[in-house]
Design a protein around this ligand. Structure first.
Ligand code: GLA
Length: 390
């Protein structure tokens, strides 16, 4: 289903749920990060793209005029209610906290949509490292823009969404996911400098290659504490090395300062410093269609995340091993885990004409080694959040 068909589907679902047609429709995509993992909160570079999987919200003003936003979801049993006349704070159901946080962020800027009936539908697989939560947040912001007619700078919208994740979902995430969901461009990856927030578009238009997204179908829980722990270890490394963030530290400086760090914190820093460098090199490789070089950087990224950063898991490692076994001759240039880690998806750079054979092989071998069915799909780089109806 393309985005137009998807919004027609959600409009029909809204009609079934609320008994009338929606007046507003907004959409925001999930993302896959090609390279640059756990670098965003270290002021580094990331290289994600928006994917053709979306969170869509259809909405209408409430017929009773009450200042309450009711959010129903096609995938969640409980509705979320937000009373706009009261201070907005986190509460049950859990999924409602993402939109609640964004409504609070807009309210703090004196932008409120007034009472609404909303239906939420998402094709972004939940909990698989494809940023379903960022899509939900950014979609909420875009819906508020549609209803109020006030559009804000998409960078500001991404920052409101990130704050919602921090304050309402308790995940101290970086800026990558919300940023790409708000600012993605069709046909392009976004090289984002998370320090300056400057972006550079990197065209991904060579028809001879595809990006495959391989879902291990093992779920991660980002708020499990590991993410916050990694972040704290990076801050500790930066403080002990006497730099503002790990972005400011070279590999040589890290070696010189090694004695100041515990063994674990040293390895965390080594990942981040290496990964920031790999990300800018990968962007160069993509610009010059040097696919073997990009693929090798992806493998290096994976092993650094596995061994130094310790955020991989056996299922992700199995996918990367299978990809390596298939090898470049049979069409796989590179593969790595993508997103926060501890399950979720891998991303592989493959020859376009080998997609079918590679997909079959990965599914069969992954099933044989883990007993689990993987889900594999490809996506072209999609556009960021849009108002579909206002
Ligand atoms: C999660 C976070 C991002 C980023 C990645 C790891 O997706 O939301 O901000 O830190 O993990 O690269």
């Amino acid at each position: 289903m393309n985005l137009q068909e998807l919004s027609a589907h959600v409009a029909a679902e809204f009609q079934k749920t609320y008994g009338r047609a929606p007046r507003y429709i907004a959409a925001a995509p999930g993302r896959v990060n090609v390279i640059g993992e756990h670098t965003d909160y270290n002021d580094g570079f990331v290289l994600p793209m928006a994917i053709e999987f979306y969170t869509i919200m259809a909405a209408d003003k409430r017929p009773d005029g009450a200042n309450i936003v009711t959010l129903r979801s096609t995938s969640q049993p409980d509705a979320a209610m937000v009373d706009l006349a009261q201070p907005i704070t986190p509460t049950a159901p859990k999924w409602g906290n993402y939109p609640r946080g964004v409504l609070a962020g807009f309210a703090a800027r004196n932008i409120t949509p007034g009472g609404l009936d909303v239906l939420v539908h998402s094709t972004v697989p939940l909990g698989s490292g494809l940023s379903s939560s960022a899509a939900l947040e950014v979609c909420t912001g875009t819906l508020i823009e549609a209803v109020t007619g006030k559009t804000i700078d998409p960078i500001e919208k991404a920052l409101i969404a990130q704050k919602a994740e921090h304050d309402f979902a308790n995940v101290p995430c970086g800026i990558m996911d919300q940023f790409i969901s708000a600012l993605g461009r069709e046909g392009h990856l976004l090289l984002l400098d998370c320090r300056t927030r400057k972006t550079e578009l990197v065209a991904m238009s060579d028809p001879s290659v595809s990006l495959l997204i391989i879902n291990t179908n093992v779920k991660h829980e980002l708020s499990g504490g590991e993410y916050a722990e990694r972040r704290a270890q990076c801050e500790e490394a930066a403080a002990k090395l006497g730099v503002k963030s790990l972005r400011d530290c070279t590999a040589d400086q890290l070696e010189q300062g090694k004695a100041k760090l515990s063994e674990v914190v040293y390895r965390r820093a080594r990942h981040v410093i290496g990964e920031i460098e790999r990300t800018t090199h990968a962007a160069e490789g993509i610009r010059s269609s040097n696919w073997p070089a990009v693929g090798n950087l992806m493998y290096a990224s994976h092993y650094s995340l596995k061994d130094d950063y310790e955020v991989s898991c056996p299922e992700l490692d199995v996918v990367v091993e299978i990809a390596e076994d298939i090898g470049a001759k049979a069409g796989v240039y590179g593969c790595r885990m993508t997103g926060g880690g501890f399950g979720g998806c891998c991303v592989a750079l493959v020859k376009a004409d080998s997609v079918e054979a590679i997909t079959k092989k990965i599914i069969a071998d992954y099933k044989a080694k883990t007993g689990i069915d993987a889900t594999i799909f490809s996506s072209r780089p999609a556009a960021g959040a849009t108002i579909i109806k206002s």
